[in-house]
Ligand binder design. Sequence first.
Ligand SMILES: *[C@@H]1O[C@H](CO)[C@@H](O)[C@H](O)[C@H]1NC(C)=O
Ligand SMILES: *[C@@H]1O[C@H](CO)[C@@H](O)[C@H](O)[C@H]1NC(C)=O
Length: 162
Amino acid sequence: MRLLSLLASLLVGVLPLAAAAPEAMPAPPGVSYLYNANITVGLSVDVGQIPAGNVSVIPVIGGAVIGPRFSGKILAIGADWGLSTPQGYYYSDMRAQIRTMDGANIYVQMAGMMQGNDGLIYIRTTFQTGSKDYWWLNYAFAFGTMKASGTGFVVDMWHLTG
Ligand SMILES: *[C@@H]1O[C@H](CO)[C@@H](O)[C@H](O)[C@H]1NC(C)=O
Ligand SMILES: *[C@@H]1O[C@H](CO)[C@@H](O)[C@H](O)[C@H]1NC(C)=O
């Protein structure tokens, strides 16, 4: 009896490990680099203190995007509606508008938070465009990092590939 329960407790300890063995996991998706962007910003507008923290709106006034599949400029449309919490987190909620060198208009929504003191904001990103050439962006699973620079933000963006 003792031996049986000892065996049982051993099995309970061993089984979850077996279930988590690497060979049981699906192959991870690939990651492709999408672009580097320099976003230039204007003077921020203070919304003030809301229950969650302080909100300020940082307008996007321009910028550039360079990547392996498209490059272009950032139009003076959009902003980062940022929330600074009393715990020291910064939540970014940015909308911007890319115009590619071949004239496609791409609406970009980025959201994420700064969670450490490395100054990096980890962002999830979605795109909308009617362009046939960049249609794949509508369902791209994209993510990146954003960091404050002297003139605005520097962004690096990736997306998952199959
Ligand atoms: C952003 O600025 C950096 C530093 O000046 C530069 O190396 C990079 O090429 C710029 N990126 C774009 C998209 O213009
Ligand atoms: C929010 O703004 C108020 C008033 O300027 C300031 O006292 C407070 O420290 C700010 N809080 C955060 C989390 O930035």
